[in-house]
Design a protein around this ligand. Structure first.
Ligand SMILES: [Zn+2]
Length: 275
């Protein structure tokens, strides 16, 4: 009996996997540090491993992988007619740039307690804002993606690992674009303003946009913020101006993209063309 059940189940998987390829289309690289947009018809629900995904009008959904995520994932999608399709995703490994910095001055620097209190408070604000991300099924991002700055020079890439005086520091989790102070910053796609901050210690004045289904973007070190929390913005709308607020050594935009709190590569996101 068990054996028959097993064979039946395997057959179901084979049949459904076959139908799957025709029904779901993927946009984006199935690799670490990427967000993937998937499109199909009459989708009732979708899961990646144990995480349920949000689906817009039974059609579009998004998911993402952290910079260092490894192993294999199972994507399950149920269609209206009752078919459940499965896809196994084997994540390839990805190499990132390593940047070694030797700076004697920073070797013994410590953070005073008063500053620690401020940093902790600011971190809580960011965490609480992140809890509001991905509460709607609407794929605001369906208008497509654009670079949030015109011109400039890329001075920092996603995933690079800084090693300061032999000690590994946090991975760089965005794309840095150096441009003159006051350069307009555009929304990378449609969304809702999730957070605006007032000169935080690390990130300065920054904006978080919620693009639906967990996809969100961050614009750091701004000189000016031109939007309010809760405001709907369109792709290409000016949301702020470039600055050097927070921990920054010169005017530039640090542009970050996340799926919930998983960091993904903005440069990879720009390659997604699905509309
Ligand atoms: Zn940066």
């Amino acid at each position: 009996m068990t054996k028959i059940k097993y064979i039946t189940f395997s057959l179901i998987i084979i049949i459904y996997s076959f139908s799957y390829a025709q029904e779901i289309e993927f946009y984006g690289n199935l690799a670490p540090g990427n967000v993937i947009i998937a499109e199909g018809n009459n989708i009732q629900w979708a899961w990646i491993d144990s995480t349920q995904l949000r689906v817009d009008s039974k059609k579009l959904f998004a998911f993402g992988f952290d910079a260092k995520e490894t192993g294999s994932k199972i994507l399950k999608v149920k269609h209206d007619k009752g078919l459940v399709s499965l896809k196994k995703i084997n994540l390839p490994s990805r190499e990132y740039k390593v940047q070694k910095i030797n700076n004697k001055k920073q070797q013994f620097s410590t953070t005073p307690d008063s500053l620690m209190t401020r940093i902790k408070r600011e971190r809580e604000v960011a965490i609480n804002a992140m809890k509001k991300i991905g509460k709607v099924d609407t794929a605001y991002y369906k208008t497509g993606f654009m670079i949030p700055i015109k011109g400039g020079v890329i001075t920092g890439v996603f995933g690079s690992q800084r090693i300061l005086n032999g000690v590994p520091k946090n991975m760089h989790n965005g794309l840095d674009i150096a441009v003159p102070r006051g350069t307009p910053v555009y929304a990378m796609t449609d969304g809702v303003v999730n957070l605006t901050t007032d000169n935080f210690y690390y990130a300065g004045n920054y904006i978080v946009l919620d693009h639906g289904q967990g996809l969100n973007s961050l614009y750091l070190h701004l000189s000016q913020i031109l939007v309010k929390e809760g405001q709907h913005v369109k792709k290409g709308e000016i949301i702020g101006k470039v600055g050097t607020t927070g921990r920054s050594t010169g005017p530039h935009l640090h542009w970050g993209v996340q799926w919930y709190s998983k960091r993904v590569d903005p440069a990879e996101l720009l390659k997604i063309k699905y509309n």
